[in-house]
Write a protein that binds this ligand. Sequence first.
Ligand SMILES: Nc1ncnc2c1ncn2[C@@H]1O[C@H](COP(=O)(O)OP(=O)(O)OP(=O)(O)O)[C@@H](O)[C@H]1O
Length: 282
Amino acid sequence: MKQAIIKVENLGKQYKKKQALKGISFEVQQGEIFGFLGPSGSGKTTTVKILTSQLIHTTGRVQVLGNDPGRSRRPAFLARIGVLTDNSGLYDRLSVLDNLVLFCRLYGVSEKRAGAVLEAVNLSGDGKTPVGKLSKGMKQRVTLGRAILHEPDILFLDEPTSALDPVNSGRIRETLLEMNRRGTTIFLTTHNMQEAEQLCHRVAFLNNGELSALDTPQALRLRYGDRTITVTTREGSRVIAQNEAGADEVSALMRSGELLAIHSNEPTLGDIFVQLTGRGLE
Ligand SMILES: Nc1ncnc2c1ncn2[C@@H]1O[C@H](COP(=O)(O)OP(=O)(O)OP(=O)(O)O)[C@@H](O)[C@H]1O
C-alpha cells in the first residue's frame, strides 16, 4: 500500500493582516504527482514554503517525510527534498556548470551529475555561460537543474514552467515525468490547467486559502461534467443529453447513417475550477 509522504491537517497561516491559509487538509502519497491549482494570491507559495521549512505555519499540523518541516533537523531534511521557487539563489557571476558543480559539492553528490542534469533541462550548450547573462526562462531551468541534482525523494515545484516557451515547457515536463517514473514524488503548484492535466495524478483546487476540491482530473471531470455529447451530422452539430431520450436519438442517427462524428463534452479543469469557485485560474 502507498504511504502518505506529506500530511497536512487543518493548516493555517496568518500574515500580519492577511489570513493566507484557512485550515486546509490533504495528503500526498509516495510516488504521486500532486497538483496544487489556484489563482494568484490563493496561497500556493505560502503552502510550498511551509512544506519546505522556509516558513512557519500558524495553526494545524504538517508532516513531510515523517518530519515537521518547521522543526526538523534542516540539513538532513533538506537533503531529501528539492525546491524550485521564484527566488533563484543562483550565483550570477559563475557559469551555469559551476553553479551546478558548487551545489553538487554542497549536496555531496558526484560532480558528474551536473552534466547529466544540464542535459535534462536542455542547457548542455550553455554550460559555460555566466548565469547573469541568461534569460529568465533559462535561469528557471538552471534552478530546476539544481533542485534535482541530488535526486530528492520529493520535488516541490512552484510554477515550474511559468517563464518557459512551449518547447522547453514540454522538455521540462518530460524530465519531471521521467523522474516520477524513477520514484520521485512531485508537488507542483500551477495555474496552468493543461500542465496539471498532463502531469498530475491528483489535483487540489485552492481558492482564497481554502481547498474546494481534491481528486484525480478524471474523477473531477466526471463529477462536474454536464453529461452531454455533441453529435455532428450533415446538417451541423448539436448537443444531446446523456439520458434515455438522448440514447434513442443517437441510435436513430446511427441506424439512418446520418451520424458523422460524436464527442463527449468533458469540461477542462479550468472550467471545473470556475464552476466551483466562481473565478478563473489566471
Ligand atoms: N510575507 C507576506 N506578508 C504578508 N502577506 C503575504 C506575504 N506573503 C504572501 N502574502 C499574502 O498571502 C496571500 C497568499 O499569497 P501566496 O504568495 O501564497 O499566493 P500564491 O497562490 O502563491 O500566488 P502567486 O500565484 O501570485 O504566487 C496573498 O494575499 C499574499 O498577498
